[in-house]
Design a binder for this molecule. Structure first.
Ligand SMILES: C[S@@+](CC[C@H](N)C(=O)[O-])C[C@H]1O[C@@H](n2cnc3c(N)ncnc32)[C@H](O)[C@@H]1O
Length: 253
């Protein structure tokens, strides 16, 4: 049996054009693409993946792996996520032995970049199937946000803090001075702000539905929160990301 190889391919954060030349070559030379089929996956996001496969690897087999069930409100969040990841790894092991019994290369398409709030690499670490691995970096939602607003992520010599909305409440004032927030199911920016807090907000970045807002949280925070609810109702889902920055006296141009 040949060695099993897994290519983990960052596909960027919304536009099918984000994928790199190296990633295209890796995708086109794979024997199959494995996709963990989350029932909740948004049709629009699936469409980006499908467009990438159709454009660059129409000959490569797409194998969908149904996602195991997950408790969304567990008593122990970390333990439940670990259990869920093990269950996913078992299904991937089974798919690899079914679809590539003689070895070969399987590709996983990962939203944005595989290093940023994505569990693919962690799940692959628990595979029983011996394999080698290559990672192809992708454009992250952070880069999509800064490009869309035409801003730098850091000001001169400043540190940058990246966190989730869940952790924002516990984030120190120093870290909030220049803070990217992801995975926000609500409107975390409204929870703590000063008169100098500026938000650079983006939803559906790099897609046809991209929406941007920027300004002082004290002035436009509530409006963005309402807009987010409207957009979610319209599309049935939303993905947004924002940079919070203490700015004095006026937002960066
Ligand atoms: C599970 S994380 C995946 C991040 C991804 N690996 C990356 O490199 O950007 C999902 C979060 O990324 C952000 N995100 C990803 N794509 C986005 C987009 N096109 N527009 C706005 N936010 C996005 C949102 O904060 C979302 O909650």
């Amino acid at each position: 049996m040949n060695e099993m190889h897994i290519s983990v391919i960052g596909i960027g954060a919304g536009s099918p054009g984000h994928i790199t030349q190296d990633a295209i070559a890796a995708l086109a030379s794979a024997d199959c693409v494995l996709s963990l089929d989350k029932g909740e996956d948004k049709a629009e996001l699936m469409a980006v993946r499908e467009r990438i496969i159709a454009a660059h690897a129409p000959h490569v087999r797409l194998v969908s792996i149904p996602d195991p069930p997950r408790d969304r409100h567990p008593e122990n969040y970390r333990e439940e996520v670990k259990r869920w990841h093990r269950a996913r790894a078992q299904r991937i092991d089974a798919a690899l032995s079914e679809h590539l019994p003689a070895g070969g290369t399987a590709a996983f398409l990962v939203w944005g970049d595989p290093s940023l709030y994505d569990s693919t690499l962690r799940i692959l670490d628990s595979l029983e199937t011996p394999h080698s691995r290559s990672i192809y970096p992708g454009i992250t939602a952070i880069q999509a946000l800064t490009a869309a607003h035409g801003i730098l992520l850091n000001r001169i010599g400043e540190a940058i803090h990246v966190t989730t909305a869940r952790r924002l409440a516990a984030t120190s004032a120093d870290d909030r001075a220049n803070c990217v927030v992801m995975l926000d199911g609500g409107a975390g920016w409204m929870e703590h702000y000063t008169e100098n807090t500026v938000i650079y907000w983006g939803a559906y970045l790099s897609t046809d539905w991209q929406v941007l807002r920027r300004g002082r949280v004290s002035e436009i925070g509530a409006e963005i929160a309402e807009l987010k609810q409207q957009l979610r109702a319209e599309h049935g889902w939303i993905m947004d990301i924002y940079l919070l920055r203490e700015e004095n006296p006026s937002p960066q141009q």
